[in-house]
Design a protein around this ligand. Structure first.
Ligand code: MRU
Length: 336
């Protein structure tokens, strides 16, 4: 990538405002956690690993702003809970905050602010580790792809969604580096168009052959034999392998099985949540109805229209061929 979507800037966090892409490349700098929470909620920064990294920096910033008298473990934990409430589905958010909170000294009387540089260091470590995990995911997944293959992806699981080159898209970047000629098909991803605005933009910047399709065109492409693999990201993978990802992913998985096309979920180990038994236990974020009725400022439904707007769905493990992780490829539950 020619730029870093998430970057520490002194005691601030600098983020690409993803809501402005692809039209404008705008960076915003934040010096307080409340504004970062708002940035996460309004999808200025989005994608499970990127949310986790930003949340970790948000907690370091928030703890750093507490005076010696305000500072206590309890207060830092409270701030952590406040940040965790930004979005409910991506487990990386909770994982990252808990990792920082574990650094708070158990029994310390005074001088507790000394933990602040450690919180910054840990946030940076989470960021750097994610960068490495993305590359490993890319390398592991690239082994599955042959030159000439067509790959369908949904939403954006790319550099914009992580601290590195992405998860699903990392595989495409590595294939490109290896000189494989791949054809990527990007679902536009209704209603907020992460596929059209972000995936198509990112792959275009890298010179990777990408064709944008409306979500409803996936079945036809599969029937035409243009898709050899489906590769998507995940926001949380339950202990039984059920995987939450952007709304519409489940439908793509059903289509992939109907056309006998392998369906892979690419994710770092930080997206696996052994504490959630199955997909039923994953909280699915509900978004505002206006994202469907008047997305991007144009009203496309009657005033007062009743709407159902889940941000994610859960693909059952039985529809997943395999999980491409930084630690290798794990089999999914799909047998045919
Ligand atoms: O609502 P979003 O844009 O945060 O949803 C993002 C996704 O569903 C991604 O596919 C997922 O977080 C994986 S990102 C590597």
């Amino acid at each position: 990538m020619k730029f870093r979507p998430i970057e520490r800037a002194g005691n601030c966090l600098r983020l690409i405002d993803q809501t402005r892409l692809p039209g404008e490349l705008v960076f915003n700098e934040y010096d307080n956690h409340q504004d970062i929470i708002e940035a996460i909620k309004r999808l200025e920064v989005r994608g499970a690993p990127a949310i986790g990294i930003s949340a970790a920096y948000a907690l370091a910033i928030a703890a750093g702003r507490l005076s010696e008298t305000e500072f206590s473990n309890e207060e830092v934990r409270r701030l952590g809970e406040e940040i965790k409430a930004a979005r409910p589905t991506a487990v990386n958010l909770f994982w990252a905050i808990d990792r920082l909170l574990r650094l708070l000294p158990e029994n310390s009387d005074g001088g507790q602010r000394e933990v602040v540089p450690l919180l910054w260091q840990e946030a940076e470590r989470i960021h750097e580790e994610d960068l490495l995990m993305c590359r490993r995911i890319g390398e592991n997944g690239a082994d599955l792809i042959a030159s000439g293959d067509g790959i369908l992806t949904h939403c954006n699981a790319g550099a914009l969604a992580t601290g590195g080159i992405g998860t699903a898209l990392a595989i495409m970047y590595i294939c490109h580096e290896q000189g494989k000629k791949i054809r990527v098909y990007a679902d536009e991803t209704r209603p907020l168009l992460q596929g059209a605005r972000l995936t198509a933009w990112e792959l275009g910047q890298a010179g990777i052959d990408c064709t944008l399709i409306c979500d409803n065109a996936a079945a036809v492409l599969m029937a035409q034999g243009k898709i050899n693999h489906v590769i998507v990201g995940a926001d949380r993978i339950a202990d039984n392998g059920d995987a939450a990802n952007k709304i519409g992913t489940y439908g793509v998985a059903v289509l992939a099985r109907a056309h006998d096309i392998p369906f892979y979920v690419a994710a770092p180990m930080t997206t696996f949540d052994s504490g959630t038994e199955s997909g039923q236990g994953i909280e699915i974020e509900q978004r505002s109805a206006t994202e469907i009725t008047e997305g991007f400022g144009v009203r496309t439904a009657p005033e007062g229209q009743k709407v159902y707007a889940p941000a994610f769905d859960v693909t059952p493990n039985g529809l997943i061929t395999g999980f491409i992780t930084d630690q290798g490829i794990r089999p999914g539950g799909r047998t045919a």
